[in-house]
Design a protein around this ligand. Structure first.
Ligand code: DX5
Ligand code: ZN
Length: 228
């Protein structure tokens, strides 16, 4: 499995040291969790921008940005200067915008996909636990990764939602049956046990936050997760 380490729960005072340790342990990506206090109640913009600026300045490991925000374009523009490898936005945010602006949901999603791709950045769609996975099917030919939320977005350290495993399997079957190339990434509550369930269901990449942030031996934990 590829690992994207979430920096959400990394303490600010020893961030540089922790970022270096995570990189040295061999994370495949840094995962930046941007929350606007609107789409989710938690606000992390300033801290995540500070972390993104540091990581893209001193670290070599690629970064992916997970936007849990209503105004997707505003935050895409904010983080483009950090040269992210991939930007994820929530289809639920596009639906919310379409309802508010009385526009077409599919067009809102496609406009944002094209906007990000025109900047030369990979695009991922994030799906909340309560959202039917079929909602993402029509966008699969145009995006790279589906981020299946395995917790309700908003906070690190939450318990894994077992019912999301079947969504991963259903999505994987659809991707294979339709000869698509999309990758499946899972996000939330990932540890030694839940990562195996997600891998067996078809996920290729996992976001890991608190399980690594709290690990006694980060190298051992990272390697065991990567070799799950
Ligand atoms: C939650 C975030 C996740 C979270 C993962 O809204 O999108 O990336 O930080 O943290 P853990 O691994 O602690 O659930
Ligand atoms: Zn995330």
């Amino acid at each position: 499995m590829e690992i994207a380490t979430s920096l959400l729960n990394v303490d600010r005072e020893n961030f540089s040291e922790m970022a270096y340790k995570i990189e040295a342990a061999g994370t495949n990506y840094f995962h930046i969790d941007v929350m606007d206090g609107e789409f989710v109640e938690n606000s992390t913009v300033n801290l995540m921008k500070e972390y993104a600026d540091q990581v893209c300045g001193i670290n070599n490991t690629p970064m992916e940005v997970h936007l849990m925000v209503d105004n997707i374009k505003e935050y895409v523009d904010m983080f483009l200067p950090n040269n992210p490898r991939e930007i994820f936005f929530h289809i639920e945010a596009s639906k919310k915008k379409a309802e508010k602006d009385n526009t077409v949901f599919k067009d809102e999603v496609m406009d944002m996909i094209n906007y990000i791709k025109e900047e030369g950045v990979k695009v991922g769609l994030a799906i909340n636990p309560e959202t039917d996975i079929k909602e993402v099917y029509k966008f699969l030919p145009y995006i790279h990764t589906v981020l299946v939320m395995t917790v309700k977005p908003g906070y690190g350290g939450q318990a894994f939602l077992e019912e999301t495993v079947s969504k991963i399997a259903e999505l994987k079957k659809y991707i294979d049956d339709n000869n698509l190339e999309n990758e499946i990434e899972v996000d939330g509550g990932i540890n030694f046990d839940t990562i195996v369930k997600c891998k067996d269901a078809g996920a290729e990449r996992a976001v890991v936050g608190s399980f690594l942030a709290n690990a006694k031996d980060i190298n051992y934990t990272m390697n065991k997760l990567k070799n799950s």
